[in-house]
Design a protein around this ligand. Structure first.
Ligand code: 2HG
Ligand code: ZN
Length: 477
C-alpha cells in the first residue's frame, strides 16, 4: 500500500509540481478540519491543481489507478461532504481562483471554483453590480463548494439558492474529460439541463472548475429592521404582509427566538439588545433593498411597519438609521451560530417545511426534544421566509457533552419525521454529505434513488468521485 501511495503521489507531483502535493501532517491538517467536530478526516495526500488542465490530468490518473478523490473547496461545509479517509486524495481547488470576466451588460461573471465567495461579492460591487449569495462562511468558503452543495444563505428569499444563480458550468468529469458548459445565456432551451445535475451533487459526479454566475443591480438603498413579535403565526402573517405591501422587495426575513438572542448577548460582547429592558419571545430581522434613485426601501418599511403595529401584528420595531446599525443587527443574527459553541455541544437540524406548517413544526419539535432530553435548550431560528428552520439543540447544563452527542441521530430522526409528516425536507440548505445519507434511504422513493444511481453509475462507473457521500454506500458499489 505504501509503495502504491508513494507512486501515486509522485505521479500527482509530475502534474502539479512537488510543492503542490501535500503529504506532511502539518501541511495537510488544515484540509482535515471538520467544522462541527463530528467526523475524523484523513488523507493519502492533498493535491492543489492550478488549472482546469491539471484537474483533468489528476482525475484521469486517479481513474486509471482506481484512486478515490475527495473534491474540496474552503472546507466550511457542515454535513461532512469534504471529509476524507486515509485512502483518498483530497483535490482542493484553492489555486483555481481567477475571475475570468465580468459582463456589465449581461449582468454575469465567469469565475473559477477556488474563488472565495466574499472576493466575488467585492468584485461585483467594484463593477457596480451585485452577487446576492451570502452566508456566514463567506470570508473563507469557495464558490465551487457553494455550487457543489447548492448553498442557501440569507438572500434566498429574493434571489434563490446557488442553483438559481448559475447560467453555465465547466466540469471535469470522472473520466478526466472536461465539459465546457460555460454559456451565459438566459434562454437556452436545448434538452437536458446538465448543469443542474452537478450543482448540489457534492462532487460525486465530477469536479466543478468554473461557473458563469448571474449578477443583479446593486441594492444601494437598504433598509434593515429588527422587529419583536409575540408568536410564530404572527411572524408568518407579517411575512405575508411584507411580500404584498413592499412589492416583494424583501431580500431577508429571518426568525430568532429569545433563547437565541439571549445566548448571543451572553457570549458575544459586541451584540447588544435593540429593545433594552424589554423581553420579547420572538424577533424578525427584515431587510428590503432597491437600486432606485433616492431609494424607496426605507419609506416602504416605515409605512408597512406602522400598519402592522396598528393591527397588533408586531410588538416593537427598531429601524436601522444607518449602515452601522444595520450591520449590528446582522451581527446579532450571525452570532447565533457562534454563541452555540459556548453553550456546550449542539445537535443541529437544517430542515424546511411549507410556510403554513412552520408554527406546528416548531411547537412539535420543541416538545419532542424536551421530552427526549429533559433540560435541553432549543435554539429555533433561521430563514423563515424560505420555510427553512435551523432547529438546533444545546446540551442540558447538567449533562455530559459526549452523552448528549450520542443522542444525535435519535433526535434528528425524530425532527426529520416531524418535518416529513408536515410535507418538509430533512435538508433545506446544508446538503447531505456523510451526515444525512441514511435519510436519503428513508425519505427518497425507490424511483428517485434509482434515477440518482443510474446517473452516478453512468458518469462514475468506478465510484471514484467522493465515494460514500450523498448516496448511501451500498447503492453505488
Ligand atoms: C445559518 O443560517 C447557518 O446561520 C446555520 O446556515 C449553520 O447551524 C449551523 O451550524
Ligand atoms: Zn442557514
Amino acid at each position: 500500500m505504501r509503495n502504491r501511495n508513494t507512486k501515486i503521489q509522485q505521479e500527482l507531483a509530475a502534474i502539479t509540481g512537488e510543492s503542490h502535493v501535500l503529504t506532511n501532517d502539518d501541511l495537510t491538517a488544515a484540509y482535515l478540519k471538520e467544522r462541527r467536530g463530528r467526523f475524523d478526516s484523513e488523507t493519502m495526500c492533498v493535491v492543489l491543481p492550478a488549472s482546469v488542465e491539471e484537474v483533468s490530468e489528476i482525475v484521469r490518473l486517479c481513474r486509471k489507478r482506481n484512486q478515490p478523490i475527495v473534491p474540496q473547496g474552503g472546507n466550511t461545509g457542515v454535513c461532512g461532504g469534504a471529509v476524507s479517509n486515509a485512502e483518498s486524495v483530497i483535490v482542493n481547488l484553492q489555486r483555481l481562483n481567477r475571475i475570468r470576466s465580468v459582463d456589465q451588460t449581461g449582468y454575469t461573471m465567469e469565475v473559477e471554483s477556488g474563488c472565495i465567495l466574499a472576493d466575488l461579492q467585492f468584485a461585483a460591487i467594484d463593477n457596480d453590480l451585485y452577487l446576492p449569495l451570502s452566508l456566514g462562511a463567506e470570508g473563507s468558503c469557495q464558490i465551487g463548494g457553494n455550487l457543489s452543495t447548492n448553498a442557501g444563505g440569507v438572500n434566498v428569499l429574493r434571489y434563490g439558492n446557488t442553483r438559481d444563480l448559475v447560467l453555465g458550468l465547466e466540469v471535469v468529469l470522472p473520466d478526466g474529460n472536461v465539459w465546457n458548459g460555460l454559456n451565459s445565456l438566459r434562454k437556452n432551451n436545448t434538452g437536458y439541463d446538465l448543469k443542474n445535475i452537478f450543482i448540489g451533487a457534492e462532487g460525486t459526479l465530477g469536479i466543478i472548475t468554473a461557473a458563469v454566475l448571474k449578477l443583479f443591480p446593486r441594492p444601494v438603498n437598504r433598509s434593515t429592521v429588527m422587529i419583536a413579535i409575540e408568536s410564530v403565526p404572527d411572524a408568518l402573517e407579517l411575512f405575508s404582509r411584507t411580500r404584498k405591501e413592499t412589492s416583494d422587495f424583501a431580500s431577508s426575513f429571518e426568525l430568532m427566538s429569545r433563547v437565541c438572542v439571549e445566548s448571543a448577548f451572553r457570549h458575544i460582547p459586541e451584540c447588544s439588545d435593540f429593545f433594552p429592558g424589554r423581553v420579547y419571545p420572538w424577533y424578525v430581522l427584515l431587510e428590503l433593498g432597491d437600486s432606485t434613485d433616492g431609494g424607496i426601501s426605507q419609506q416602504l418599511n416605515e409605512r408597512f411597519l406602522e400598519r402592522a403595529f396598528e393591527d397588533g401584528i408586531i410588538l416593537d420595531a427598531v429601524l436601522a438609521q444607518n449602515e452601522n446599525q444595520s450591520m449590528q443587527m446582522w451581527r446579532l443574527r450571525e452570532a447565533i451560530v457562534e454563541c452555540q459553541n459556548y453553550e456546550g455541544k449542539s445537535i443541529k437540524n437544517d430542515v424546511s417545511v411549507p410556510l403554513s406548517n412552520i408554527a406546528e413544526f416548531i411547537d412539535r419539535t420543541i416538545s419532542s426534544a424536551e421530552s427526549m432530553i429533559p433540560g435541553v435548550r432549543s435554539f429555533a431560528y433561521g430563514h423563515i421566509g424560505d420555510g427553512n428552520i435551523h432547529f438546533n439543540l444545546s446540551q442540558p447544563e447538567n449533562m455530559d457533552g459526549d452523552a448528549f452527542f450520542d443522542q444525535w441521530y435519535a433526535v434528528t430522526d425524530e425532527v426529520h419525521e416531524i418535518a416529513d409528516s408536515l410535507g418538509g425536507s430533512f435538508s433545506a440548505e446544508h446538503g447531505i454529505g456523510l451526515l444525512k445519507t441514511r435519510d436519503m434511504t428513508r425519505y427518497k422513493s425507490t424511483v428517485e434513488l434509482d434515477i440518482m444511481k443510474s446517473i452516478k453509475s453512468a458518469l462514475d462507473p468506478d465510484n471514484i468521485m467522493n465515494p460514500g457521500k450523498v448516496l448511501p454506500s451500498g447503492l453505488c458499489d
